[in-house]
Design a protein around this ligand. Structure first.
Ligand SMILES: [Zn+2]
Length: 429
């Protein structure tokens, strides 16, 4: 038994080496105990989880995942039971004394109740995966989602000799998560299982590819929940290679079961439910503090990260540095037009303070600057320059060109009248 109370944390810290050693020893013992297969991968330990304490699992979509140690793997299989393939998967797992978790579709359980009974009899954990596997959980009305969830539970339990054998674990079809669905499941004490990595075994890829992806993604994270499908020929073909490699690379299988009145949850620290717990050995002070908002929206993704699914992403449009800088720059209020204008009264001051040539130019050009609409005789370049000036003014501050051109006399009558220095400079060029 693991101690409890204040001393637990330090005890775990001090005895980490001992725990690791005992884990390996128990794994070896389990494998050795596998009848007829002394070299079996086996199941290294059973992890008891309380869905009410950790309602959302799997780093593909959620902040938390199972509290696994390095090189620990949980195998999960979705969409069965389908005798043709599911029974082959069952046989392979039995030969290696591996315990896994299966997420059952209600309609499959209805069609193959014996498949569900075999899973339970073999000691695997059985959760559910909806009634009909619709890929619209993220947008269907909550009543429909509830009916899908309950239908799956009802038919899976109906297939069991003992309905209490059903684990309160649910995987949303296609991982199409929605808050309403998660809240409903949480209210019923059902744990939502996303995953830490898939192997793309539902896609039209070779079994070798499934095996490669499973191992590559596992190696990248070092531990986690692997999502597979026991209704695919390519999964059946890939599984022996995956098991062989897990063994060769020192991975250990963990069997996950729900806590019950007689079976308390395995004691864990909250930090263990993170894939990458902040390490005490990292000199945090050397790194700049990352603002919270960066992570504010990443706790739950709308769907699996595309990178996890190895999806072909559209090539990002290459932005020039200038555009990229503009895109990331904060939006500033547009300056008022009058800050670029010089009231006519100020011209006298300007004349006194600037050179005679500049002042003369400003005065002689002023009357021509008033009409806002260029005459049809104006050159192309001038029209463009004017358009540019108009675009630089605040929205709505500039009168409509047509209106201005119809009332030139009114405009001239207004005093004091501003002079557009920018326009004047263009005009003189
Ligand atoms: Zn599925």
């Amino acid at each position: 038994m693991i101690g409890s109370g204040v001393g637990t944390r330090s005890w775990i810290g001090l005895c980490l080496g001992l725990v690791t050693a005992s884990t390996i020893a128990s794994a070896t013992a389990t494998a050795a105990d596998c009848p007829g297969n002394p070299g079996a991968l086996g199941t290294s330990r059973t992890l008891v989880v309380d869905p009410r304490e950790h309602p959302l699992l799997g780093t593909m979509q959620y902040r938390e995942t199972l509290p696994l140690r390095d090189h620990e793997v949980v195998l999960t299989f979705d969409d069965g039971p389908l005798p043709k393939y599911s029974y082959q998967v069952l046989k392979m797992l039995a030969d290696e004394c591996i315990k896994a978790t299966f997420f059952i579709i209600g309609s499959q359980a209805k069609a193959n109740p014996d498949g569900v009974r075999r899973l339970v009899a073999a000691g695997h954990t059985v959760g559910t995966h909806s009634m009909n596997h619709p890929l619209t959980f993220d947008r269907m009305p909550i009543e429909k989602a509830e009916a899908e969830i309950n239908g799956g539970i009802e038919w899976t339990q109906a297939a069991m000799t003992d309905p209490s054998a059903l684990a309160p674990f649910f995987r949303i079809p296609g991982l199409m998560r929605a808050e309403g669905v998660e809240n409903y499941l949480a209210s019923r004490g059902i744990q939502v299982w996303s995953a830490d990595f898939p192997a793309d075994d539902w896609r039209h890829v070779s079994s070798d590819r499934v095996y490669q992806l499973a191992m590559q993604r596992l190696e990248a994270k070092g531990k986690g929940i692997l999502l597979l499908h026991d209704i695919q020929a390519r999964t059946v073909a890939a599984l022996p290679k995956i098991i062989r490699d897990l063994k060769a690379r020192g991975y250990r299988i963990v069997h996950v079961v729900p806590a019950t009145a007689d079976r308390p949850a395995t004691p864990t620290e909250s930090v263990e439910w993170l894939m990458r717990p902040p390490s005490e050995t990292v000199p945090i002070a050397r790194w700049p503090r990352v603002p919270n908002f960066v992570f504010a929206r990443t706790e739950m993704l709308p769907a699996p990260a595309l990178a996890d699914l190895n999806t072909e992403l559209p090539r990002p449009v290459a932005l020039s540095r200038h555009i990229a800088a503009q895109a990331s720059a904060p939006i500033l209020p547009v300056p008022g037009r009058d800050i670029f204008e010089i009231p006519e009264k100020s011209l006298a001051v300007l004349m006194a303070s600037s050179s005679r040539r500049t002042a003369t130019r400003l005065v002689s050009a002023e009357p021509a600057a008033a009409p806002l609409t260029p005459s049809p005789k104006n050159g192309k370049g001038k029209g463009k320059a004017r358009a540019k000036t108009a675009a630089a003014t605040p929205h709505g501050a500039q009168p409509a060109h047509g209106a201005a051109s119809k009332r030139p006399a009114q405009r001239h009558a207004a005093t004091p009248k501003p002079t557009r220095v920018a326009s004047l400079k263009k005009r003189q060029q």
